[in-house]
Design a protein around this ligand. Structure first.
Ligand SMILES: C[S@@+](CC[C@H](N)C(=O)[O-])C[C@H]1O[C@@H](n2cnc3c(N)ncnc32)[C@H](O)[C@@H]1O
Length: 291
């Protein structure tokens, strides 16, 4: 492809890339081609449009080719860019973290709704994000809650380094602390809000996931144990020790896990108070309080 792109215009390079992605069966060929061509040139959407007739350099043609090979091999665009937008925040992602998903924004929305009902947005809230990964949920909440402080935990030290770098990059380092450990184990004291998007795929289902997920997200970010519910048991056990009586636990769940998670929370002394569907209509976020 480098040879065919040599001397090509920006618009031609973008169209050729889209064509190649379409032929490879990639779901969003135009969008992926636009993003990757823009990334190779250091241009955003508007910049790409205004540079449409300019000729690309050999260096850029080679860069586009490298991106094309990775994308055609199934690597998600966010992994090629090393960045993913979540709640309108640009987050760095590496091989150590799950690429934050749009449906996880449902957790942020439900948590903010509950705080709004209590008129609590401006309070000096204390938030815990268990299994924080890139820090996505915690940093989104800090962006909306000006007086909140948060603690994020993760079992993976490399993921925590990514979360710390994201907090620094976004200007939240003074309000976010990241600790290594098992869900709530490293934490103490009382929290107004505990959030989590833990691993929740049953171990035996991992082989059936889309290759973009199965082959690129870290296995320990997906694997929820034999029945997919291992993390919820740990979080349910931690919550009575960490959640204020007035506080909320807001978690992401997988498709069809609502009942099982509700049952195990009930056994741990938690009452489900709200649930929220994602854009596909699947119940994605659940909120609980201490009974
Ligand atoms: C599904 S990812 C979610 C990451 C982030 N919260 C998000 O929504 O993008 C789950 C995270 O759980 C972490 N994890 C796995 N086992 C854990 C454990 N026992 N304790 C804490 N974190 C764990 C993984 O390293 C991964 O970062």
């Amino acid at each position: 492809m480098t040879a065919t792109l040599r001397g090509a215009s920006v618009a031609h390079a973008r169209r050729a890339l889209a064509e190649r992605f379409r032929a490879a069966g990639i779901e969003s060929p135009e969008l992926d081609a636009r993003i990757l061509t823009g990334h190779a040139l250091g241009l955003d959407h508007a910049g790409l449009a205004s540079a449409a007739s300019q000729q690309i350099s050999d260096l850029t043609a080679a860069q586009i080719e490298r991106f094309a090979v990775r994308r055609v091999a199934g690597e998600p665009v966010a992994r090629i860019l090393g960045e993913k937008e979540f709640w309108s925040l640009p987050l760095t992602v590496t091989h150590a973290v799950l690429v934050p998903r749009p449906e996880t924004e449902t957790v942020v929305e439900l948590a903010l709704d509950l705080l709004d009902r209590d008129g609590a947005r401006a309070r000096a809230l204390r938030i815990a994000d268990l299994a924080t990964g890139s820090g996505a949920i915690l940093l989104a909440l800090l962006s909306e809650l000006p007086n909140a402080h948060g603690l994020g935990t993760d079992i993976d030290a490399e993921a925590l380094a990514v979360a710390r770098a994201n907090a620094q990059r976004l200007g939240f380092a003074g309000r976010a602390t990241f600790l290594a450990g098992d869900y709530g184990a490293p934490l103490g004291g009382w929290f107004d809000l505990i959030v989590s998007n833990p691993p929740y795929v049953a171990s035996s289902d991992i082989a059936t996931l889309a290759p973009e997920v199965r082959d690129h997200d870290p296995r320990h970010a997906l694997d929820g144990g034999a029945d997919g519910l291992g993390a919820y048991r740990a979080i349910a056990a931690d919550t009575p020790r960490l959640l204020k009586q007035s506080g909320y636990l807001v978690i992401e769940i997988g498709a069809a896990q609502e009942r099982a998670v509700g049952d195990l929370f009930a056994r741990a002394g938690l009452a489900i108070t709200a649930a929220r569907p994602d854009l596909s209509g699947i119940t994605r976020a659940m909120a609980a309080k201490l009974r």
